[in-house]
Design a protein around this ligand. Sequence first.
Ligand code: ANZ
Ligand code: ZN
Length: 810
Amino acid sequence: MKEYNPHEIEPKWQKRWQDSGIYKADDDSPKPKFYSLVMFPYTSGVIHMGTMRNYAIGDVVARYWKMRGYNVLNPMGWDAFGLPAETAAITAGTHPRVWTEANIAQMKEHIRKVGICYDWDREVSTCDPDYYKWTQWIFVKMFEKGLAYRDKALVNWCPDCQTVLANEMVHDGLCWRCDSEVNKRDLVQWFLKTTAYSEELLADIDTLDDWPERVKIMQRNWIGRSEGVEFDLPLQGGKDNIRVFTSRIDTVFGMTFVVLAPEHPLVEKLTAPEKKAEVAEYVKKARMTKEIDRLSTEVEKTGVFLGSYAMNPMSGLHIPIFIADYVLMGYGTGAIMAVPAHDTRDFAFAKKCDLPIPVVIAPDGWDGQLLDEAYVEEGTMVNSAEFNGLKSVEAMDEIASYMEEKGIGKRTVNYRLRDWLVSRQRYWGVPIPIVHCEKCGMVGVPEDELPVVLPEIEDYVPKGKSPLAAVEDFVTTKCPKCGGPGQRDTDTMETFVDSSWYFFRYADPKWDDGPFRKEKVDAWLPVDQYIGGIEHAIMHLLYSRFFTKFLSDIGLTDVREPFKRLFTQGMVCKDGGAMSKSRGNIVTVDEVVTTHGADSGRLYILFMGPAEVDVEWNERGLVGCRRYLGRLWSLLAEGEVTDDEPPGEEAEELLGKVHRTIRKVAKDIERFHFNTAISAIMELTNELSAYKMERGADRGFLDAAKVLLVLLAPMAPHITEELWEHLGGEGSVHEQEWPEWDEELAAEKLVTIAVQVNGKTADTFEVSAETVEEDVVKEALERPKVQKRIGGKAIVKRVYVPGRILNVVT
Ligand code: ANZ
Ligand code: ZN
């Protein structure tokens, strides 16, 4: 046969696979199902080796489980709405739709070129009206259930993106997309009520046994459950109350002031006339301060006295009311009882404003002195009326019960999780399917009038207002309820809404009488293996879990958790940073395929390191993989293969190696250690090579070679297919069953090593016959008897007789 030429064999097999449809998932198969899913890409137009890692891993998983006898669903689609399409389109002068469609075509072509086995019959694109019709439908269902609502709120505004952002999209005070500083605005926006599921979203994390621990921790922290007490502080000379939330009710007698968030609705009312100017100034400043700085214990605490007082309902003390930016409107009630002796930030603030700092929780051995810093641990109750002498943990419970009995306050569970702000003042997204009617108020667009099609417009440059508002014949409509004049909502949904249910649609992608049929999704879901980046640990995974619970509650599915197993792959870095289009340090799939071929690229990306670890791109590694495939090619494609039976012992030795390799590769694939799986296959290749040199290509060689091809097929699908055909294999290598391994055959042959020190035997031990010298020496020198004999002297010489004796001379 000719030399190894990936550019010849790869397109050939890609076409054959496409024509034969071997990757189609079968809804009616009697086999057990396996749903393998990679996070679908944003349609940026390029697939680089960083994103390719994701698809390569998913492809191995899908191919492997197919060979293990499963009915595999391995779909692909496009997260096709979103800001970058607009930005790119604005600079290039093309319409976002045109830009997106061109990118999809190109990305699809690149994915085809690397031989990923998606079932393209199930392709889903979120900007396709056949898809977003159902995104809108789900939104209307949420609206009808009160889970989609419109409200005026203090929201995050990105001045650069000219739109609002959800809390999850503000990272350290910066916009997750463009890194601009986010500020706050009072705006009327659409929210999805994620908080209706706080409890369940948190509790069900415990059922996700096959999720990475760190993702579960991030989700738990984000939901942020906190138990405490909520109670009202009566205001002096008014009927209003200030409601506070505390997780430390045991410290209530130490409250010497109250702090409101600067944005708190009572601020204006509680500000004394002579304080108005100062307060207004402070509020303005606070609004411009980043949240991260506001919460930091490092930053100096500032605040303003409002000139009015409230009462501590437990001690009866009258205490001053302040505003300070370290209290946030978005958490708890937006107001706190300040206990300077036991809270670090309150302490700093009290010091600065010269407020009293009475101790109410005494540390062990406390002598009544004032504190140098806040004491935040547990202790014994003091200065707390009838609760004195109790342990603070007990007092926590007793005080809470007391307050509940007296009707002063009540135990509550507070969550950090906020409702999800989903409306955006941008063009390229799903129109919110709501009509505003003077008579009926807000009306959800009924199913038979969906989709509300995103109109084609010329001017979609952001102006801080929805571009759709300028499209008169879009806005003007009839109220679906009363038929009177109505106006369409002009915001669009953010793209995380689109991606919160796409994995359901793959199970029934063409259904047009609903988002999907229950029997289809209940047969395919949950996703057996989800693979994606750690950057989605919170947003996408949380929103998808929320959607799943909602869809289940309205009877569309029995599934309550969408992703059974989750794997987060590490990043591919180059020049000191993660590969990304914006950083300009990418290696594209296209260039790798063009220079070295798809199989080499795939093999290298899997071989670079453990799949969960970040790795640095290195061209030489890629070349090495190409070389390996070249060697494999000459080994199997050159020379005659005979039907001769090999002699017993030699056949047995090779067979042992084959079975050990089958076992290792299977186990490694299942735990995402593709790199060591590939090493094992490379070792087997070397063994075969030595065998061929000694014995020639006989029957034993042929059998082992075929197994090797099957094991390598999920990783390098083209070359294995070609060589399989060459060796006379039946059908496609990808339709072979994963070979069974025989533990007995796979058992390692053991040998006994005698360790001699200066010619005298010090110890003997057993190792696998295949252990290399380095490991034998290491183990030998660690043995106590050997160490004793050496007695700390330097080793000047050592001689190893393989499999028998190690002699060291001191
Ligand atoms: C009094 C107190 C005394 C507090 C003490 C702590 C220690 P977690 O546990 O995270 O839920 N807090 C409440 N609402 C706040 C807001 N909007 N902005 C900033 N801080 C707020 O935190 C609950 C605690 O955080 C509450 O308990 C409150 O301070 C503060 F020795 O109340 B604590
Ligand atoms: Zn109406």
